[in-house]
Write a protein that binds this ligand. Structure first.
Ligand SMILES: NC(=O)c1ccc[n+]([C@@H]2O[C@H](COP(=O)([O-])OP(=O)(O)OC[C@H]3O[C@@H](n4cnc5c(N)ncnc54)[C@H](OP(=O)(O)O)[C@@H]3O)[C@@H](O)[C@H]2O)c1
Length: 279
């Protein structure tokens, strides 16, 4: 279905990845239905057509209504769950409110959009669900455990979903970016609680300092990420995982190799837990 993917529904087109993706698609003549919290967006028009719908992604009824409005406009080929933000905190010190809001936006938002869209995608017998997670969903660093957990929750759901919907002609792709120069690390996006407990200064504290120094200087180019996402969706065989950025590629390799080595080291234990073979 990928080469005729013409209508894209994208959450969070106000800025960052969502905005750049929308602009590239519009330049290419696609139809974009984008969401922002206030229903407006400063987006460079192209040959395509743009509809902006209001959506606060933590509102379950608003999610259902917005997805219904999108499909009422016609067929939707690609759903991009992009809206999200980061929470920097140690596991011990994050507040209930911070954790609940993070999961409401980064996990329950996308899964509600997926649930609402599936009835339409199944009827179409085609569609592509693209979930923007993070390298944190593959290789978590200290100081962002809840962000990693929410992104890993999307990873797990998506990998199961991909198996459920493949026979129905629906594809799923997880996009796992490293550090890209969007507003992601800026004060109006990220929520940050620096560790108050000195014990965490060398781990989470050091990571938070590194990220603060990186804000505005991230190596990743969002325009190249958007082009890579479009190319992956249009590929003959779209990937389940699309890791973006040399940093993300390197960290993914390290995780896979460490996992593989540990699996080998503990192989005898892993294989020794069945009931003894008997008559
Ligand atoms: N940039 C990176 O380095 C990086 C790396 C890995 C993963 N990611 C992921 O990429 C995605 C996009 O982030 P970005 O880098 O483009 O960051 P960004 O520039 O901060 O943009 C975030 C977008 O999410 C929207 N959003 C946040 N909370 C929302 C809510 N409650 N309801 C509706 N929309 C909401 C924002 O809308 P408002 O303008 O209304 O706030 C904005 O459009 C996120 O899922 C993020 O986790 C980014």
């Amino acid at each position: 279905m990928s080469t005729d993917a013409k209508t894209w529904f994208i959450t969070g087109v106000s800025r960052g990845f969502g905005k750049v993706l929308a602009e590239q698609l519009l330049a290419d003549g696609a139809t974009v239905i984008g969401t922002t919290r206030d229903g407006t967006a400063q987006i460079t028009p192209g040959r395509g057509s743009l509809t902006v719908l209001p959506l606060e992604i933590t509102d379950p009824q608003a999610v259902r209504d917005t997805v219904a409005r999108a499909f009422a406009l016609g067929r939707v080929d690609v759903i991009v769950n992009n809206a999200g933000y980061g929470l920097l905190s140690t596991v011990e010190e994050a507040s209930e409110a911070d954790i609940e809001h993070l999961f409401a936006v980064n996990f329950h938002g996308p899964r509600r959009i997926i649930q609402a869209a599936l009835t339409h995608l199944r009827a179409q017998r085609s569609g592509h669900i693209v979930n923007i997670t993070s390298i944190a969903g593959i290789a978590p660093a200290a100081g962002s455990g809840y962000y990693a957990a929410a992104k890993m929750a999307v990873e797990g759901l998506s990998q199961s979903l991909a198996r459920e919907v493949a026979p129905l002609g629906i594809r799923v792709t997880l996009v796992e970016p490293g550090a890209f120069r969007t507003d992601f690390l800026s004060a109006h996006s990220i929520r940050q609680r620096n560790p108050a407990l000195g014990d965490y200064a060398p781990s989470a504290g050091a990571v938070h300092e590194r990220l603060a120094a990186m804000a505005g200087r991230q190596p990743g180019d969002p325009a190249r990420a958007a082009a890579a996402i479009i190319a992956a969706v249009r590929a003959e065989q779209p990937p389940l995982h699309l890791v973006l950025g040399p940093d993300a590629y390197q960290r993914t390799r390290e995780v896979l190799e460490a996992f593989s080595a540990e699996l080998d080291s503990w192989k005898t234990v892993s294989l020794g837990t069945d009931f003894p073979a008997g008559p």
